[in-house]
Write a protein that binds this ligand. Sequence first.
Ligand code: GLN
Length: 189
Amino acid sequence: MKIAVLAVQGAFIEHERKLEALGVSCVELRKAEDLNQSYDGLVLPGGESTVQGKLLRELGMFDTIRKQIQEGLPVLATCAGMILLADSLEGDATVHLQTVPMVVKRNAYGRQLGSFHTEAEFKGIGEIPMTFIRAPYVSEVSDGVEVLAVVEDRVVAVRYGKQIALAFHPELDEDQRVHEEFLRMCGEK
Ligand code: GLN
């Protein structure tokens, strides 16, 4: 199995380490030509969504990635990645890939609570550690979007078709179960 990791900005190395520890080979997507190969899944890492969205457009990667996701490429998106997938952002006219019908609120936990760690139930997996860094949350979901985790009444993980979007960073914790779940989804035909 081969997993593509968007590597234009942000915390992509941590995902690669996690996936490689699970025995999977990774390819970094840095430019348009990198999209002309086959891979079984795509990771959209955390970082800064505005910068990532701008780079995707400037590097000529935006339309191809969007099309690949719409055609069913499995995606694991964390934090800034979740923002990229949102259909719209609360209080912000910016939009990016728009492949998940949900509204996301950026930097939703304010300055004081910019970063925190907790443990909470993740549907189908059980209790997992969750690290939040200037995290978004999902403020609205449309039909067909499955809620996978809720922390303090806020939706922090969803699945829509083969897209999993998380407000937190499973690549920064020891636990491997979210990545295993993603790989299982990538292996389904
Ligand atoms: N606050 C960032 C954004 O809006 C996301 C933070 C993260 O990815 N850790 O893009």
